[in-house]
Design a protein around this ligand. Structure first.
Ligand SMILES: C[S@@+](CC[C@H](N)C(=O)[O-])C[C@H]1O[C@@H](n2cnc3c(N)ncnc32)[C@H](O)[C@@H]1O
Length: 241
């Protein structure tokens, strides 16, 4: 278990970055900040078990400390697969290498922008709370490249913080999420500093915008399989032709 996240008790942390300080507390931070994060990891394992194809590649884009990468590895039941974990933060990836060293499936880690990665022969691709950090105007091209690099019958698991066009719904989800964070031990000050720090860094979009973009990227079908407050996870399908 990582150190307790007390980053925002001491400083404003503007703007938020996945640097060495964050890497030391990230495991604790994401568990206490993202409602349902543990469930997304469990279901990544289950979904990988259902959709990983023989001798295919699995990609974890924005792999951080390797929790979602290992979740994929534990789901693979077929032979000859490789998992490629990508993150552009050196601090995160150094810790990740240590965390995934006992993986049951070979894992190749790459320090790069996920927008530079060549996706090939993939049966399962994961973007677990990563697309939200990519500039909005660059998201379509990334999803198009993911779709193009996937095998037919493959899936993309896309988990995101989302926003709501309805003001009432948006406000209430923010209240629920912030209440969740306080229930996890964060103070009012920490919650408000983190909110400011993520402004213009984490850019949420509506659930319908995500589905529309997935469709525009080529995915024939997509479904929201999980929602807790303003956090969702979507499964997008590249169907057999
Ligand atoms: C919220 S974390 C992902 C959590 C992780 N998938 C998990 O389930 O534990 C987002 C990660 O995406 C990485 N990231 C953000 N933008 C990126 C980019 N353009 N290229 C590569 N990695 C990026 C960050 O460094 C960070 O480690």
């Amino acid at each position: 278990m990582s150190k307790k996240d007390t980053l925002f008790t001491a400083k404003d942390g503007l703007p938020f970055a996945f640097d060495a300080d964050v890497s030391k507390v990230f495991e604790d931070m994401i568990q206490r900040s993202v409602p349902g994060y543990g469930l997304t990891l469990q279901m990544i394992t289950m979904i990988a078990g259902l959709y990983t194809q023989d001798k295919s590649k699995l990609y974890d884009l924005g792999c951080s400390l390797g929790a979602s990468t290992l979740a994929l590895a534990h789901g693979v039941k077929v032979e000859g697969c490789e998992i490629i974990g990508v993150d552009n933060s050196q601090a995160m990836l150094e810790k990740c290498a240590n965390n995934v060293s006992q993986s049951p499936v070979p894992i190749l880690l790459k320090q790069d922008d996920i927008q530079n990665i060549n996706i090939k022969d993939a049966s399962v691709v994961v973007l677990n709370f990563t697309l939200q950090f990519i500039a909005k105007e660059e998201r379509l091209a990334l999803l198009q490249r993911i779709y193009a690099g996937m095998r037919q019958g493959g899936v993309l698991i896309l988990s995101e913080k989302v926003s709501f066009s309805d003001e009432f719904e948006q406000d209430k989800h923010i209240i629920l999420h912030e209440s969740f964070k306080k229930s996890q031990g964060y103070s009012e000050l920490e919650v408000s500093r983190k909110r400011q720090s993520l402004e213009n860094v984490l850019i949420p979009e509506s659930i319908s915008a995500h589905h529309a973009r997935l469709q525009a990227s080529g995915f024939e079908q997509s479904q929201t399989w999980f929602q807790c407050f303003n956090f969702v996870s979507i499964l997008a399908y590249k169907l057999e032709k």
